[in-house]
Design a protein around this ligand. Sequence first.
Ligand SMILES: Cc1cc2nc3c(=O)[nH]c(=O)nc-3n(C[C@H](O)[C@H](O)[C@H](O)COP(=O)(O)OP(=O)(O)OC[C@H]3O[C@@H](n4cnc5c(N)ncnc54)[C@H](O)[C@@H]3O)c2cc1C
Length: 377
Amino acid sequence: MNNEAQTFDVAIAGGGPAGAAAALLLARSGRQVLLADAAPVAVFRVGEGLPPSAHSLLQELGVFERFRADGHRVSHGNVSVWGADKPQSVDFMFQAHGHGYQLDRPCFDAMLKHAAREAGALVCDQTRLSLPNAARDGAFDQPFRMQLSDSSGSRNIECRWLVDAGGRSGTITRRLGVERCKTDRLIAFHTLLQTDSASDCDGRTMIEAVQDGWWYSVLLPSNERLLVYLCDSDLGRTERAALLSTDGFAAKLTNAPHMHQFCQLHGYRPRRVPQGADASSGRLERFSGDGWLALGDAALSFDPLSSQGISNALYTGMAGARAINAALDGQKDALAHYNDHLAGIYRAYLSNRAHFYGYERRWAQQPFWQRRHAPPQ
Ligand SMILES: Cc1cc2nc3c(=O)[nH]c(=O)nc-3n(C[C@H](O)[C@H](O)[C@H](O)COP(=O)(O)OP(=O)(O)OC[C@H]3O[C@@H](n4cnc5c(N)ncnc54)[C@H](O)[C@@H]3O)c2cc1C
């Protein structure tokens, strides 16, 4: 244990796209930045579809060329069975930004952290940043005292600004007493599939609505196929257990005839046991306060149907970094502007979400769809 606390302008908890984008911009502006990421290195994580509109964010961050060299799978569009029994395609070729990508997510996250490190941030992998009880000495202009822990032990640090980029769990903002408001209780069950056949080379995102939720599937750069079922979390214990088992998950897939047939056609079989993940929409009651700020999923989380989570993480990472820079330079309205801006993003997101769920009316009497057709609280 080292009692001499190192001091940073900004300490960021969470090294996903939001935290890394913020660390990169702040370090480039000459700030002393710490980026701590608790996640195990190179482990698979769900969240892989990068829409064409994200190119401009990567360009703004100055990482687009190295991103392109990393071998992510190009995606030329979506095919969805949504609102009708027949599949419908959307081709990105007819959109302004060109094609999208199915990401090798560990590689994408590592690339962003590497860029932040090159810009001068201290990046600590497999390290958790936590906020002890009396983290600040009374006055709001005092630094936060934080604890940094890894497998070798803990040490204290101090920072003028504390950033929560820790994803949906938002442990730092929770510790600060900021409330999270959830719009829904969506959860995801996901697995990876493999096949011996080389017949599947469809890089499009496939989506299929069913009576109690929806499915999506993408072909990853590793040639494994990710298969995800999304539904509300108020499932019975038996159904939840079934969806977390290989056989139960496969049985549920038979309710999605197009996706089921596609998997059979290419001889897919499960490569591992299904896992669950929070996929709910939600926002913090406020996104920043005296000396703290939240980014990415920690601030606003979106339904995977939107394919906007990573773009939002990059965008709020950059917007948050600019707000902190402005506040450190003495601009008094920087935080109020950031709060209003993110509230506006969430309002626009809710309106788009209602629009897309509104297209699907085949099971309008089922609770999953009724909840999404009702105006959000
Ligand atoms: C099923 C599913 C499918 C999705 N599909 C897509 C998609 O196709 N396209 C898309 O754009 N988005 C998708 N998303 C959403 C997307 O994955 C997220 O929006 C995105 O990862 C958010 O990035 P982030 O940086 O805010 O948080 P995260 O990527 O969650 O990163 C947070 C990091 O912080 C770490 N952490 C947490 N607390 C601490 C702490 N105290 N100290 C240090 N580290 C900490 C965590 O370990 C983690 O590594 C999907 C999400 C789900 C659930």
